[in-house]
Design a binder for this molecule. Structure first.
Ligand code: 3HC
Length: 305
């Protein structure tokens, strides 16, 4: 018999997920919508503040569904059914009958608190609320809820379709039914779930921030992007540190490093250049197909001062 993952409650406590709400329609949220609809085969609602963002998110989801169809992973009927199950709106009241709502909005505590406080007024008291935060305090988010026991961290990795792991983050208040529902949902999404404590960076980002933070610190102190990338060429990473920073997003990367520096100033560097690079938007130079060709000239100028 398969062993229950460390810290996991009884599976029988899991509540069914029959409709999914996703707050945000950015890249991460759109990737969630694609995964949830494909794996759970239930209605999925994505919301954002304006219709243009919602439309962009929906277009991404439809495109990903078409790609799955193009690769022969789903047939004509399933393609049409999945597209019909995904709906986009600016009206959060459509979450009223969702039993699982996950947010993937901007990494700012006040924004996430506003989202949860407003959503709790709409959904039923039974609904599970999940956050994809990569570094903010989930306990601080729970503090705005009337039912903090139904909030859980559900932290995905980029690219969502491919990366196998979800960190399920339990706060001191998360109850067993919420945790069991999160574990069952991760299983239904065909991901591996680990339960982590609500500490800064959980487990994976704590380790990644060390690698990426050291790589950035080397650049901040005068080593070139190229030397850092090549130095790590042969240790088996699927991407170089700067490709990975671009994949997660330079702004998200800067935020993760800041969070770690604030929590553990003696263990994590504060990057002097990453914020400026994030503002600019890129480090790597790529060709029209997205293949890496070298380092962007302005990015090189930013780090050389
Ligand atoms: N979206 C959807 N699918 C994608 C994708 C994307 N952005 N990028 C790649 N894929 C798919 C491809 O379509 C392909 O699927 P297929 O087998 O169905 O054709 C499959 O992934 C493999 O892609 P490729 O063959 O093109 O490329 P690789 O073999 O080099 O794999 C990779 C690409 C999986 C992205 C690999 O480079 C990798 O593992 N990189 C490291 C990623 C990583 O560490 N992510 C964690 C970041 S930290 C984070 O997200 C946390 C946050 O809080 C900061």
């Amino acid at each position: 018999r398969a062993k229950r993952p460390a810290g996991a409650p009884d599976k029988k406590l899991a509540k069914p997920v029959t409709k999914v709400g996703i707050v945000g329609a950015g890249l991460m949220a759109s990737q969630f919508a694609t995964l949830f609809v494909r794996r759970l085969q239930v209605p999925v609602v994505i919301t954002d503040l304006d219709q243009a963002r919602v439309d962009k998110g929906l277009a991404y989801v439809y495109d990903e569904i078409d790609k799955l169809h193009g690769k022969g992973r789903i047939g004509d009927d399933e393609r049409n059914r999945l597209k019909a199950l995904v709906h986009g709106t600016t009206d959060r009241t459509e979450f009223a009958d969702c039993d699982w709502v996950i947010e993937a909005v901007f990494e700012e505590l006040g924004v996430k608190q506003e989202v949860f406080a407003s959503i709790e007024k709409i959904v039923s008291p039974e609904a599970v609320l999940a956050t994809n935060t990569s570094g903010l305090s989930i306990e601080a988010m729970a503090s705005v809820l009337e039912h903090p026991e139904r909030l859980v961290g559900f932290h995905f990795f980029n690219p969502v379709a491919v990366m196998p792991l979800i960190e399920v983050v339990r706060t001191a208040e998360t109850d067993d039914a919420t945790l069991a529902t999160a574990m069952a949902t991760a299983r239904a999404l065909k991901k591996t779930a680990v339960i982590t404590k609500a500490t800064p960076g959980f487990v994976v980002n704590r380790i990644l921030a060390k690698v990426l933070g050291e790589a950035m610190h080397a650049v901040d102190t005068g080593t070139s992007f190229e030397v850092v990338d090549h130095a790590l060429d042969r240790i088996g990473l699927p991407m170089t540190p700067f490709e990975l920073l671009e994949l997660v997003g330079l702004k998200v990367g800067a935020h993760v490093l800041d969070t770690h520096h604030a929590a553990f100033p003696d263990r994590f560097f504060e990057s002097t250049n990453l914020h400026e690079l994030a503002q600019y938007g890129k480090i790597l130079e790529r060709d029209s197909k997205g293949r890496v060709k070298g380092y962007d000239k302005k990015a090189l100028k930013i780090v050389s001062g």
